[in-house]
Design a protein around this ligand. Structure first.
Ligand SMILES: Nc1ncnc2c1ncn2[C@@H]1O[C@H](COP(=O)(O)OP(=O)(O)O)[C@@H](O)[C@H]1O
Ligand SMILES: [Mg+2]
Length: 315
């Protein structure tokens, strides 16, 4: 059963840069993106900086409003874009977003206790001060920190510990889906491993579904069950994580793996901004195989083998 499913999500932003605003210029940040995450599954989104991963994640948790498309939750029983206020509030407890950079997302003036319980405080499920304190203490232990640290402030912790606090904040309302947006990207490699292990533990223990966003293909390859590859706001390929390296079919995915082989494990590039509505393939301009058809006709996202989908005329 699917925990959450995106169907044809689209989001464009106004290019607010004063001069262009007058011409109605847009960035097509997410362009017809579809994927589903099964219960207990870890789904990886990869792609170069600027390809639309964060926007996709924020559409899912309803931090941004999609222009079109559907978000189905709980095996398709809930349409997350059609919720009323109280439905949306409940949804936001079930689908939680963990930010990339805890030093910016944790309020430096608040204590850890206040940070962990802030969302709960205004919710109908506020359990009272004593129970809230107990829950905060328990979640600290669960993420490998100490309940004795609840009255400290973010500045008293290391980068890895701050990311644990951020994850604890995501977990305290017992979500079903946790969206982890580059949660290890800013950390040293040794600390990355500890945070990834923590995520594996909580996933197991709680039966969580994870959306794991990273630009590191190696990490995503072993951490995730399935991977979706994005380029200029579009989903280009999706496959089981263990197969993607050997069986990549899209020229863009192959290019990513080739550049990883050349210089380490992460994707360094940045994609050109998609500032017009494309008629052809988003990758045609960079693709070594592109022909006239690729510039004229957008490829379908088709299944080439069970669980493996590719958006390319020639795959
Ligand atoms: N709030 C915003 N306003 C305007 N443009 C945005 C906004 N957020 C993202 N973008 C643009 O949308 C595109 C996708 O960005 P993003 O989703 O952050 O990509 P990624 O997370 O893969 O790096 C980029 O071109 C980015 O500049
Ligand atoms: Mg991002």
């Amino acid at each position: 059963m699917n925990a959450i499913e995106a169907i044809g999500l689209k989001k464009r932003f106004n290019l607010e840069a004063g001069f262009f605003a007058r011409f109605g210029k847009f960035v097509y940040a997410v362009n017809d993106v579809s994927f589903a995450i099964a219960r207990g599954e870890t789904y990886g989104l990869v792609g170069e900086s600027g390809c639309g991963k964060t926007t996709t994640a924020r559409l899912l948790v309803r931090m941004y409003e999609a222009d079109s498309g559907r978000i189905l939750f709980d095996g398709g029983k809930t349409d997350a874009r059609a919720l009323d206020r109280s439905g949306l509030r409940a949804y936001r407890e079930k689908v939680k977003y963990v930010f990339q950079d805890p030093s910016r997302s944790l309020n430096p003036r608040m204590s850890v206790y206040e940070i962990l319980t802030a969302a709960m405080r205004w919710s109908p499920s506020w359990p009272g001060k004593r129970a809230a304190r107990e829950r905060a203490a328990a979640i600290m232990e669960e993420v490998g920190l100490s309940a004795g640290d609840l009255d400290r402030r973010p500045a008293d912790f290391s980068g890895g510990q701050r990311q644990r606090i951020s994850i604890a904040r995501g977990l305290i309302m017992n979500p079903e889906v946790l969206v982890c947006d580059e949660v290890v990207s800013a950390l040293d490699v040794s600390i990355q491993g500890q945070i990834l292990n923590l995520l594996l533990d909580v996933r197991e223990r709680r039966g969580l579904s994870l959306l794991f966003i990273a630009h590191d293909l190696k990490v995503s390859g072993w951490f995730c069950d399935r991977i979706g590859v994005m380029y200029r706001g579009e989903m280009m390929e999706e496959a089981p994580a263990r197969d993607l390296y050997r069986e990549a079919r899209h020229p863009y995915t192959k290019l990513l793996y080739a550049s990883v082989a050349a210089d380490g494990s992460s994707i360094q590039g940045e994609v050109a901004r998609a500032d017009s509505e494309l008629s052809g393939c988003a990758f045609a301009g960079r693709c070594p195989l592109a022909e006239g058809r690729c510039r004229a006709e957008r490829p379908e996202y088709r299944e080439v083998s069970p669980g493996h989908r590719v958006r390319c005329h020639f795959a």
